[in-house]
Write a protein that binds this ligand. Structure first.
Ligand SMILES: Nc1nc2c(ncn2[C@@H]2O[C@H](COP(=O)(O)OP(=O)(O)OP(=O)(O)O)[C@@H](O)[C@H]2O)c(=O)[nH]1
Length: 610
């Protein structure tokens, strides 16, 4: 590695909207540089996307990094690709990956044009002062409009059209030009061997045998096995047990030199010790830490409960093991009278939550119930202006109870941008208004009179409105054409209340919701109807009520039972009934006594799944 001084090193990321071909281009670059063999990636198996869920959903969840060697004008260069995940929830991972680069390839699909995330990742890269190389991908597609999209890139990003490289990552057409541009246009890192050791930690994962493996970008100094290092953040000390580069798999090396990107293993036992954005230095030779990082903030919370309560220890262990590799997830225990013992998890967003659930189910075969997602609300009390963050509806106070002296409640809001063809503009406006959107604004993205021009719509929305079903609505109401991105926009005062559901006068804690006043009646009625459908009849009449504070706003009555246990269950769905009967036969069916009401776990499943 000592043969690769800074001037032959290039550290870069590929940034793009989801599906614009980032992983495909990464594969082509690895292939062109001989880092991987061609045959390995024949069946659309992308080397950089490793997790099963990623393949199933075709998205990158966790960033993967690879080093490659490329000869340019007779000189061998070391190119370090720092891969970034491609979804709004993971904007934080993108920003930390970018901090380890000097340049970024901005990839835009020539048939779809600039999309919402193209814009947000562009701004992120620009803020960091990275050299941006615009690339138009998928020019092999019949629907590609390279000229029109190139004009878009020029007007929206202010990039020089002559700098745009037009390629097909799939066929490999012109991909060689990308390598040349990386070497010629991206500045080399600036590091020095003589300055005190300084390494930037930008990613980490957990390995069962070696403990925490951290990816680092070495700013200064030389790092070898046996070196003693310390963290600026925690001040803990470690000894390096292995140094290597990702080529693309972990490949041990003797030493890492300034400007290089690689991995280290040290005696770090817990992933919580590896702080993303931390700076490492040699023991006894402290350095100034790299500029601070915003830590990942969980913005969506949900309870996870096992269907069978005996499974809780196993579920908890699985959750902890998965969380080891994803420190943006927060985990705490939660218990509910209705659902028993479970965990409350905090996620970056709803996709993050879905991915986690799928991993739990895939890898651990877990049979679980997830409660409705909530966002963190701020409750401010008049007594000494105390501010409490509430992310579990159970803990939300009754705002009308004057003894509690709640001064106001605030909810997190986001600044959303939606890019959509003009003909769907009206639909998108409706959607935003129906989700309490404010400050709506829009602008045309195509200059001149292009047919089917595209519009960028921006507005502020409460975060709670986009964590439930917003994305699906957006896609279905725009025939799949709208793209969406959002950023944190702080907190805002809001008229919210806690809605509880009562069975036979007893509240069911797992079903509590925090809802804006304008939607309380509608949601109350909907949920009461749903409950009425899924709760089996009992030996006595059961009132099902929705209440906000002490005020009941909706009610249905479940008539007393006469004969057959399964009659009327689930609105007569045959397979459901069959499953129900089978469960009963196996004696596995769990009944929850809520007051005097028997509520099967499956009923919760049906309500919460919606
Ligand atoms: N026709 C054509 N298809 C392409 C090209 N590049 C990528 N694709 C296809 O586009 C789809 C998305 O490509 P990916 O490389 O997975 O996209 P991505 O940007 O990595 O997606 P995320 O990892 O989710 O951000 C795949 O089906 C690719 O085969 C191209 O140049 N031409």
């Amino acid at each position: 590695m000592e043969n690769y001084p800074c001037d032959v090193i290039r550290n870069f990321s590929i940034i793009a909207h989801i599906d614009h071909g980032k992983s495909t281009l990464a594969d082509r670059l690895l292939e062109l540089t001989g880092t991987i063999e061609k045959k390995k990636i024949g069946r659309n198996l992308q080397v950089l996307d490793k997790l099963k869920v990623e393949r199933e959903r075709g998205i990158t969840v966790k960033a993967q990094t690879a080093s490659m060697l490329h000869t340019h004008e007779g000189r061998k260069h070391l190119l370090n690709l720092i891969d970034t995940p491609g979804h709004v929830d993971f904007a934080w991972e993108v920003s930390r990956s970018l901090a380890a680069c000097e340049g970024a390839l901005l990839l835009v699909d020539a048939s779809q044009g600039v999309q919402a995330q193209s814009l947000s990742v562009f701004h992120s890269a620009k803020e960091r002062g990275l050299k941006i190389i615009p690339i138009l991908n998928k020019i092999d597609l019949p629907a590609a409009q390279p000229e029109r999209i190139a004009a878009q890139i020029e007007t929206i990003f202010g990039l020089d059209p002559s700098e745009i490289i037009k390629i097909s990552a799939k066929t490999g057409l012109n991909a060689e030009a990308v390598l040349t541009a990386i070497v010629e246009r991206i500045p080399p890192p600036r590091g020095s061997q003589t300055e005190p050791l300084k390494a930037f930690l930008f990613d980490s994962h957990f390995d069962t045998y070696r403990g925490v493996i951290s990816l680092i970008n070495l700013q200064h100094g030389v790092l070898r096995k046996g070196d003693k290092i310390a963290s600026c953040h925690t001040r803990k000390k470690y000894e390096i047990t292995e140094v290597g580069i990702m080529h693309p798999e972990e490949t041990p090396i003797q030493a890492l030199y300034p400007g290089q990107v690689g991995y280290i293993a040290c005696n770090m036992k817990q992933s919580s010790e590896a702080h993303i954005g931390d700076t490492l230095h040699r023991v006894g030779a402290p350095v100034d830490p790299m500029p601070g990082f915003k830590p990942a903030k969980a913005m969506v919370f949900a309870g996870v409960f096992p269907i069978d309560n005996n499974d809780f220890p196993k579920l908890e262990e699985s959750i902890n093991r998965l969380a080891l590799n994803d420190r943006s997830i927060t985990v705490s225990r939660e218990s509910s009278t209705a659902l028993g013992q479970g965990c409350r998890l905090g996620f970056l967003g709803t996709l993050h939550m879905d991915v986690f659930r799928q991993r739990l189910e895939d890898e651990y075969d877990a049979n679980i119930i997830i409660t409705a997602p909530t966002v963190p609300y701020k409750v401010i009390y008049s007594r000494d202006d105390k501010e409490v963050l509430v992310s579990n509806p159970t803990d939300f106070p009754d705002v009308n109870d004057s003894t509690l002296r709640v001064k106001e409640v605030q909810e997190p809001i986001v600044k959303a941008s939606i890019i959509v063809p003009e003909e769907y503009f009206g639909e998108m406006m409706d959607l935003c208004f129906s989700r309490r959107g404010e400050d709506l604004d829009h602008k045309y993205l195509d200059s001149g009179t292009a047919s089917s021009s595209r519009i960028m719509l921006t507005c502020t929305l409460p975060l709670s409105e986009i964590v439930t079903d917003f994305f699906n609505q957006l896609k279905s109401r725009s025939s799949g054409f709208a793209s969406f991105d959002y950023e944190d926009a702080g907190y805002k005062k809001s008229d919210l209340g806690k809605m509880t559901f009562l069975l036979n006068g007893k509240p069911v804690d797992a079903l509590a919701l925090i809802i804006h006043r304008s939607a309380q009646e509608i949601i109350g009625r909907q949920w009461v109807k749903k409950l009425h459908k899924v709760i089996p009849r009992q030996l006595f009449e059961v009132p099902i009520q929705a209440a906000v504070g002490k005020k009941v706003i909706a009610r249905e009555t479940l008539k007393a039972l006469r004969a057959d246990v399964t009659a009327g269950l689930y609105g007569g769905h045959y397979e459901r009934k069959l499953k129900h009967l089978e469960n009963q036969k196996e004696g596995k069916r769990q009944m929850k006594k809520l007051g005097k009401v028997d509520l099967p776990q499956e009923a919760f499943f049906d309500i919460l799944r919606k």
